[in-house]
Design a binder for this molecule. Structure first.
Ligand SMILES: [Mg+2]
Length: 271
């Protein structure tokens, strides 16, 4: 009865809710990692709560769900959480009428507009500048953001990842755009909502509806995924399929509950 045995003594058997990072954990570039589809399918068959989490705002939740489903891992849009969701929650709570200038890509602008926010490049009409990953970033955008912040607009970021790994050698991420605005304006970003923020933790706990000790977060980065899980009281699993090597994992002050060579190890029977 291997299914019952694994149900009793696998890592997965200890948890009710699972949060999976996407890049480097489920996906590598445009392909699924080898054991992702069957691991998720097995957890679904066991009735577990699943969320898929990314700091990346260049695609909407519906687009991530379509992509994963097309690649062979069926996911509903409601199961995908991006930093845009947490940003919208924070804005609705603290600044529901805020007019936004967005240094970000089409998907982020669309999510914010669909949530009812006005997005504009007009400096005089900007209450909050949103800094995010933006491949269309340049001097004109920086100048408008600089002037808006100098005129009193607040500065909030979706995430502070320094770079995104790509097969070609990586791409500068939102940290570079935040730094450019901060360096020129002299103002500091007042909130960064993506992993490993408390805002993201609060959002996940609300969505998972589970005791933190019954949640497992699986990711490939120590300073975002594993740090946030540790701060939230979740168990954490570092997979070595993305940004972190075994040497980095073993020498870091941030320790994961489990270190996995592949995602499927959460289903393996433990000794
Ligand atoms: Mg990752």
């Amino acid at each position: 009865m291997p299914d019952q045995l694994s149900e009793i003594s696998s890592i997965a058997s200890r948890y009710q809710a699972f949060v999976f990072d996407l890049d480097g954990t489920i996906l590598l570039g445009e392909t699924l990692l080898p054991t992702a589809a069957r691991t998720i399918s097995e957890l679904r068959s066991q009735g577990r709560t699943l969320l898929f989490l990314t700091n990346n705002t260049t695609a909407r939740a519906t687009e991530y769900a379509c992509k994963l489903t097309r690649l062979g891992l069926p996911v509903e849009a409601e199961e995908v959480v991006t930093a845009a969701h947490v940003l919208i929650e924070l804005l609705r709570r603290d600044m529901p009428q805020a007019r936004l200038m967005v240094l970000g890509e089409r998907a982020l602008v669309m999510e914010l507009e669909l949530a009812g926010f006005v997005v504009s490049d007009e400096i005089a009409e900007t209450d909050v500048v949103i800094a995010s990953f933006d491949r269309g970033f340049g001097y004109e955008k920086l100048k408008r953001a600089f002037r808006a912040v100098r005129a009193g607009a607040r500065l909030i970021a979706t995430n502070a990842d320094r770079f995104r790994p790509t097969p070609e050698g990586g791409e500068p991420d939102a940290a570079a755009i935040i730094a450019a605005i901060e360096a020129s304006s002299g103002s500091s970003c007042e909130a960064i909502v993506g992993k490993p923020s408390e805002a993201m933790t609060r959002y996940l706990l609300k969505r998972l509806k589970a005791d933190p000790s019954r949640c497992l977060l699986v990711g490939d980065r120590l300073e975002t995924d594993i740090l946030m899980a540790n701060n939230a009281g979740f168990a954490s699993a570092l997979v070595l399929t993305g940004a972190t090597s075994i040497d980095e994992a073993e020498s870091s002050a941030i320790a994961a509950t489990y270190i996995l060579r592949s995602l499927a190890e959460i289903l393996h029977v433990q000794d």
